[in-house]
Write a protein that binds this ligand. Structure first.
Ligand SMILES: Cc1ncc(COP(=O)(O)O)c(C=O)c1O
Length: 495
């Protein structure tokens, strides 16, 4: 048998023929995207899990398998009806990327070949793409000292970084590096009991969670007062610093929001960097959502001083249109990354013989997905400049939404947005926190829109995150109308 015939025999021996199955699934996905984009399907139709399990015939399929392509197709079609349609322009919900149409291809390739990218020899192409994208991200921060982005050597004074599965793990990775810098003995001896982290009370919960996971306890996070818009007050840093010093505590890191999860507003990074330099403290910027401002000449002022940080995290599955998950943890000083985890695994870490780049010694994960491939692909689908355009557009549209809602009597927007996140309330003088929540549930249960809600300044707000490039003024007007209608009914029902 020739090699070619052998290959097609393998591919065709399964009732679920490789190409035909992919074609049928691709056709379903194409129709899904078309309908979602046109808004001919609801954004979300949330059913109870029992109903979904029944509709998908999970028990039967689990036992007997798909058996044939029609069955598989039916399963995928049913599955797709029970999803949140992010490609519908009226999806304005969480900080989760609305992928480009072909963003899923790297996941498909990875799922077919399964080359985890943490060990170079298990996936040289994926590991190379990760190295390339890390070089690119470092270069945006001014932390890359190589000749060009193909330079993977460890130059003196170089920065370094790794991709991880999500911002929460990335924050944990950065904070363990901060601990290793201040208290290297903690790795073997356990934590000293005098370490604290300072940051805005509005820091993402993954910061406090990381401290608990690290065994420091969540109380090791000492909140610094924020202003009327929940942005850290730099002068308060000095006050809190003096207080913790009085208690004989050592500051392991100072954390900045870039930007805050609820409001989308940025902390004063440059001023915080001044403070950290003055006291010789580790400065960590949580740029999970907003580090992308770096890419825009117009918006980069918001992250002024970010290059003065010791560590930065940056989620690509938020504003870089990468399907979840993919986050970079970046260090200005490569040695901070090398000194972070001090474990040896004889079956994987044998430094002297290694070709290429192994990220495994520097991550919490042992095995990890081909994250660099997804990240690179997102840019390769349209080019770097178009990505910058997408980011600028999303920020600009949010200012437009702010201006529009502020022009309506019944809506209250507390601040001019810094990013693509906006909080607002409907008739806050008449509808209380519970009503704002009820309003949101009613809105999303109608299937017409998907928005979120959050607490801001101790009050319940509605919240939009504009991640979909197709959302426009018409959608804003329809949103305001839908909210007004539900809000009116709610108000009437209270009388
Ligand atoms: C500021 C900030 N940090 C960290 C995270 C956590 O990121 P992930 O959801 O990727 O774990 C988020 C998520 O929204 C965030 O907004």
């Amino acid at each position: 048998m020739s090699k070619e015939t052998q290959t097609s025999a393998v591919v065709n021996s399964n009732p679920l023929n490789f190409l035909k199955t992919k074609e049928r699934v691709a056709a379903l996905l194409q129709a899904y995207l078309e309908q979602s984009k046109k808004g001919t399907t609801v954004v979300l139709d949330q059913q109870q899990p029992q109903q979904i399990a029944k509709a998908l015939e999970l028990k039967t399929l689990f036992k007997n398998g798909f058996q044939d392509i029609d069955r598989l197709e039916r399963f995928v079609a049913t599955y797709l009806t029970h999803t949140n349609h992010l490609s519908n322009p009226r999806y304005m919900g969480h900080q989760v990327a609305v992928p480009q149409d072909l963003s899923g291809i790297p996941d498909w390739i990875h799922g077919t070949i399964n080359n985890p990218s943490s060990l170079y020899e298990m996936g040289p192409a994926g590991a190379t793409l990760e190295g390339f994208m890390i070089n690119w991200m470092l270069s945006k921060l001014g932390w890359f000292k190589g000749d060009d982005l193909y330079d993977f050597s460890k130059h003196p004074h170089n920065g370094s970084g790794v991709l991880t599965h999500g911002g929460s793990i990335a924050n944990l990775t950065a904070l363990t590096a901060a601990r290793a810098a201040l208290a290297p003995e903690a790795w073997t001896e356990g934590n000293p009991n005098d370490l604290v982290v300072l940051g805005p009370a509005t820091a993402h919960y993954s910061i406090a969670r990381a401290l608990s996971v690290m065994g420091l306890g969540k109380n090791a996070f000492v909140p610094v007062a924020v202003d009327a818009n929940e942005v850290l007050i730099t002068a308060q840093l000095e006050t809190v610093y003096k207080e913790v010093k009085k208690k004989n505590k050592r500051v392991m890191a100072v954390v900045a929001n870039a930007c805050a999860t609820s409001s989308g507003l940025f902390d004063p990074i440059d001023q915080m960097a001044d403070f950290c330099e003055k006291h010789g403290l580790w400065f960590h910027v949580d740029g999970a959502h907003g580090a992308v401002a770096l890419l825009s000449e117009k918006e980069k002022i918001k992250v002024k001083g970010i290059e003065r940080a010791h560590s930065v995290i940056w989620d690509a599955h938020k504003m870089l249109q990468v399907p979840a998950l993919c986050t970079a943890v970046l260090f200005k000083n490569q040695e901070h990354q090398w000194n972070n985890f001090r474990q040896k695994g004889s079956y994987v870490f044998h430094e002297n013989e290694v070709i290429g780049i192994d990220s495994m010694p520097y991550t919490i994960e042992c095995t990890k997905s081909a994250l660099g491939t997804k990240l690179f692909w997102s840019f390769a689908l349209k080019g770097e400049q178009a990505m910058v355009g997408f980011i600028e557009n999303s920020f600009e549209k949010t200012r437009q939404l702010y201006a529009y809602l502020s022009s309506l009597e019944d809506f209250f927007c507390p601040y001019l947005p810094d990013s693509n996140i906006l909080c607002f309330q409907f008739r806050p003088d008449r509808l209380n926190d519970q009503d704002q929540l009820a309003l949101r549930y009613e809105l999303i249960n109608s299937g017409a829109f998907y928005i979120t809600s959050c607490e801001f300044k101790g009050k319940r707000f509605l919240r939009t995150v504009l991640m979909n490039p197709d959302t426009d003024q018409q959608d804003f007007e329809a949103l305001a109308q839908a909210i007004s209608k539900i809000g009116n009914q709610l108000q009437l029902s209270k009388k």
